[in-house]
Ligand binder design. Sequence first.
Ligand SMILES: [Zn+2]
Length: 133
Amino acid sequence: MATQRMTKVKTNKILRILQEKRNKIMKRINSLEEKAKTLKDKDYGNHLADSDSEELGRMNGTRLLRLQKQLRDFEEAIERVRTGEYGICVICEEPISKDRLQIKPEARLCVKCKKATESHLRKRTPYTTQVRA
Ligand SMILES: [Zn+2]
């Protein structure tokens, strides 16, 4: 495979895609935070225990956390474009396939390493003490 030196044009295009996606995520975070706020305000004026809104609040909290993680991924990816490390797997330092980057432009790992970390995570059973080697 030829050395994958990204041209300036390509880099700009990737930056644009990443920034657009990041902005979308930011908007979603903002609207979720707005919703959470209005939900809270409503609760104060409402003496009935509203388990629905509580449940909604929890759901929003989980979504918010996920979005914030995504936001970090995108910001990291944007940073990597700037430093010229974009598209390189952070574990094995092999180039990440274009197909993968098209689906997941913020990817930090190549398919191989991603799979390896996932199967590693699956093997680790939560709530059990791991035997130290
Ligand atoms: Zn890798």
